[in-house]
Design a protein around this ligand. Structure first.
Ligand SMILES: [Zn+2]
Length: 403
């Protein structure tokens, strides 16, 4: 590998060249995983490594079963055609997302493909023990298929609540009624897989950054609206801001109305009490309906009846966004879930409000858009959490076979 610019470490000793090789394998695998497919020429350009090094790294990742190559599809191009490198979706993670009315479990391959998604409806908000049992039962039901066709690297859990990053303990998930639940340990014990857990909106932010509307951005704010309230994730200079314990980004509990109603968090006038899916459902007389149905009804509704409430919600959303824009100076604000629905009814209204309320500098540059990963966003985000170890060090799969 001499002659290449090392990504980390220095040439000269066996251990440092090993470190460099691991870092380069990680770099190439991560690029291919997040892009879906890249030609060798593109990887060469994006990494700054030389062509023969890329060929060696791709071959090594191929031996590990993490990527495969297909012949170049553009024979007309000048010079030697460059093979296309793709992530192997048979290396996969299991994603789990408990909500107040269901537990959704997905199988997500390297490359971000959601191969399977199962929604297990529950009569009421599931307990942590029930989530572990439901996950174990669904994984057991898929076991033959998983063993024959997939290499599962672990399970990632997207939790609508405050979740501690280092041990996967949910310290508080008000809508689920959970306090201090060791959800990662419980699912690990029930399934035998390695499990990590994190806040759902933070994982959604990461998914949009890597696979969706935030691709290419380094500074973005993601806000998601669900039946369980509003969560947020802040990515600054390419890094998801977790705070000391993984609790950061709770933009749903920022003050938007000093005369507002009491929130379950103990404060009042929070964004998620003023802006909610339940208010939208009531507006169109569809209490409890799926978001797709509510969105269609809102767009089909009489504007004089629908728009006053939409504008009211967007006014409060604009206050929360103004605060976030002034604090973080993001390049993008991405709205998911029902917040994307509210935005879709009057996009220019929200953009004008945020621009005019924010400070001139950050307010001028911020772009507001809807999340593009749709209902798969939390599956992809949770799977990314489980895949992160292999992405950081693909040789982990060479050392020990994964359960
Ligand atoms: Zn609150």
């Amino acid at each position: 590998m001499s002659g290449d610019a090392p990504v980390v470490g220095r040439h000269g000793s066996a251990s440092s060249s090993e470190t460099t090789r691991r870092a380069n394998l990680s770099l190439v695998l991560s690029l291919v995983h997040h892009s879906g497919a890249l030609s060798r020429a593109e990887i060469t350009r994006m990494t700054g490594l030389n062509r023969s090094t890329i060929a060696t790294l791709v071959a090594h990742l191929g031996e590990l079963g993490l990527v495969y190559e297909t012949a170049a599809a553009t024979p007309a191009q000048i010079g030697r055609p460059s093979p296309t490198v793709r992530a192997t979706s048979s290396t996969a993670a299991i994603a789990v997302n408990p909500e107040i009315d269901a537990v959704t479990i997905g199988l997500v391959g390297l490359g971000g493909e959601v191969i399977r998604k199962i929604r297990f409806a529950t009569e009421q908000a599931p307990s942590a023990r029930e989530v572990a049992n439901i996950t174990a039962a669904i994984v057991e039901g898929m076991r033959t298929e998983l063993e024959q066709s997939y290499r599962i690297v672990g399970i990632g859990v997207a939790v609508p609540g405050l979740t501690r990053a280092d041990d996967g303990v949910v310290s508080y998930a008000p809508h689920l009624g959970w306090r201090d639940e060791p959800i990662a340990a419980m699912i690990a014990e029930a399934t035998g897989f390695a499990v990590s857990a994190a806040n759902d909106a933070s994982l959604g932010a990461g998914a949009e950054l890597l696979f969706g509307a935030g691709k290419g951005s380094h500074d973005l704010i993601y806000l998601n609206g669900g039946a369980s309230g509003i969560g947020g994730g802040v990515i600054s200079n390419g890094v998801l801001r977790t705070g000391r314990n993984g609790y950061a980004g709770e933009l749903g509990h920022t003050l938007v109305n000093s005369a507002g109603v009491a929130c379950h968090c103990g404060a009042s006038g929070c964004l998620e009490t003023e802006v909610s899916l339940a208010r939208l459902q009531r507006l169109v007389g569809l209490a409890g309906a799926d978001l797709e149905v509510v969105e269609a009804a809102l767009h089909a509704g009489t504007p004089e009846l629908v728009l006053p409430e939409i504008h009211r919600q967007l006014d409060f959303l604009a206050i929360a966004l103004r605060n976030a824009v002034n604090v973080f100076n993001p390049e993008r604000v991405i709205l998911g879930g029902f917040l994307a629905t509210v935005f879709s009814l009057a996009p220019d209204y929200l953009i004008d409000r945020v621009t005019s309320l924010s400070l001139h500098g950050p307010g001028e540059v911020v772009q507001i858009s809807r999340a593009v990963l749709g209902t798969n966003i939390l599956m992809i985000g949770a799977a990314e959490l489980a895949l992160s170890g292999v992405l950081a060090d693909p040789l982990l799969l060479a050392v020990e076979p994964v359960a």
